[in-house]
Structure formats: C-alpha cells, structure tokens
Design a protein around this ligand. Structure first.
Ligand SMILES: [Zn+2]
Length: 153
C-alpha cells in the first residue's frame, strides 16, 4: 500500500517538475512501483559483524571467527541473494564483512540441493500460521517449504 502511494507521489513530483506529463504519469508510476517493490523484496539488513581469521583447511572448507555486534547498520541489495528462495527450516546464515555478504552453512550440500535463506521467522521461533502471514504480508507468497508442508510447529 505504501509502495503504491509512494510511486504515485513520486510520479506526481516528476510531473510537477516537468519530467513526465499527464499521459506518461501512470506508466512512470507503474515503473516506480515495480522498482520500489523490488527493493523491498530483495533488500537485506546489514548487520555489523567482522569475519576474522579466515583459514582454508586441508579438506577445502574454511574456518573463521565472527565478531558480532548484531547492530543493524543499513540495508543492501545483493544480486545473488535475490536468487535465493526462502525456507522456514533454514540451514544458512548471512555474514557481513563490512558491506560484503557471505552466505554460510554448517551443512554439506549435494549437487542439485536447493540452498535457501530465511526471510523472517524460523519454524522454531514462530508457528506456521504466523510465518505464513508474515511472508504473505511482506513478500506476497505462500511458503511451501518442508517445515510448512509437514506442519512443523
Ligand atoms: Zn515455510
């Protein structure tokens, strides 16, 4: 709702300063709305963290230390993360080193396994109905992850 109003408001401003006219204003508003929604859907909260002591192990995996401040310092748009689907049963975590984002996991993956990310409440933190409502309100989809399909909590 606020995105729609924001797009209309911005298109009115663009018309007022002569960037668009009465005929093009609606199309400009549609384009603005598309981009505002894309930002909302794909932005990730950047947490103040520091990854230190990154060491490549003999088995090819990495070890590292994380200094967490858990303080939000802004939001960012990351092209690759925009491709990662949500799961309420999530085995990945985003780590930030400055504004650089790394998606890490303690699990092993096989070829063809989907790597997911949790957009909001984990199944251990919220009931299915609450998770579904949150995801529907913010991201406009009905979650069909394993936790939701099998009614975990
Ligand atoms: Zn789910």
């Amino acid at each position: 709702m606020f995105d729609t109003l924001g797009a209309l408001f911005l298109s009115l401003l663009l018309k007022k300063i002569g960037i668009c006219n009465e005929n093009s204003q609606l199309n400009i508003a549609k384009i603005l709305l598309k981009h505002l929604l894309q930002i909302n859907m794909n932005s990730i909260q950047i947490i103040d963290q520091k990854i230190t002591d990154i060491t490549k192990l003999e088995n090819g995996e990495y070890s590292y230390r994380i200094k967490l401040n858990e303080e939000s310092v802004g939001i960012g748009l990351y092209k690759c993360m925009s491709l990662v689907n949500h799961s309420c049963y999530n085995v990945t975590k985003s780590l930030f080193n400055g504004s650089e984002l790394c998606l890490v996991s303690n699990c092993s993956f096989q070829n063809g396994d989907e790597i997911t990310y949790n957009y909001g409440p984990h199944f251990k933190q919220a009931k299915k109905d609450e998770r579904q409502q949150y995801l529907s309100d913010l991201y406009y989809f009905q979650c069909q992850c394993k936790a939701c399909d099998q009614n975990w909590c």
